[in-house]
Design a binder for this molecule. Sequence first.
Ligand code: 3PG
Length: 308
Amino acid sequence: MSQKVLIATEKPFAESARDSMVKMLEGAGLKPVVLERYKDPKDLLSAVADVGAIIVRSDKVDKAVLEAGKMLKLVVRAGAGYDNVDCAEAKARRVIVENTPGQNANAVAELTMGLMIMIARGKYSGKSGTELKGKKLGVHALGNIGKIVASLGRAFGMEVCAFDPFVDQCVFDDCCVGCITKLEDLYSTCDYVSVHIPANPETVKSINYQLISKMKKNATLVNTARAEIINEEELLKIMEDRPDIKYASDIAPKNAGAFAEKFPDRVFFTPKKMGAQTAEANTNAGIAATEQIIAYLREGKVLNQVNP
Ligand code: 3PG
């Protein structure tokens, strides 16, 4: 098995995180190769050719990459969402795909609160704004990120409820949040709705006109999950029809320019996807990914596989 491990990050880890990962791999007798800030996907195709394992972030690991990775046995997505990896194709090629759940959750949750404040305070324009305290926060999915957002919301004095048909009542109880059993009720009763669902065939474009139209007057939708889960055309339309609704995200819509032009005070987008872009999150996720690579290449251990 190839002992080469490729760290391929179009959006690099913090240097300290990357250096620790390289050291750990070398310490385990493996051969790290670093490909950062690549612009052309072809660079990834050549870099993956002779490696046994690869660590990526949101980098696309599609059929072409898997085909080019002739010796590839393991892909570790240093992060939570693995919609950037063609898991079925990997499975067909007997390539294991793993993620590192929860490792960057705090960073995303903190950014979520920051986006809420950004909107509440009129994008720091100096205009009189509003406070989060006393407002109702709806958490759409109570996974690793949603749980922290719920806890931070409570610390801000918000009333917090959540919708998640995939978790037990005890999770709602542990988080001290109200359980909403109908998604529309979450959207119709909350001042802030924060979305934390993955992108998959069931969720893509699922946040649509019909759902957003249910939102409470002056409500804000926050998306630090994936751009794909929003039906962007319909979001634009409902924001035209409902001049009270606001939207903040770290994954700008494709037609972000149209949103910014039409609703300058009601939307905010970060220039880059940056929920997990902290030194701490990079270290947590990067080191967890490296440990998983070492566990597999040295002991044959498979951890956090997402394409069983
Ligand atoms: C994740 O799914 O873990 C987050 O969206 C972070 O993605 P990133 O590593 O591309 O910042």
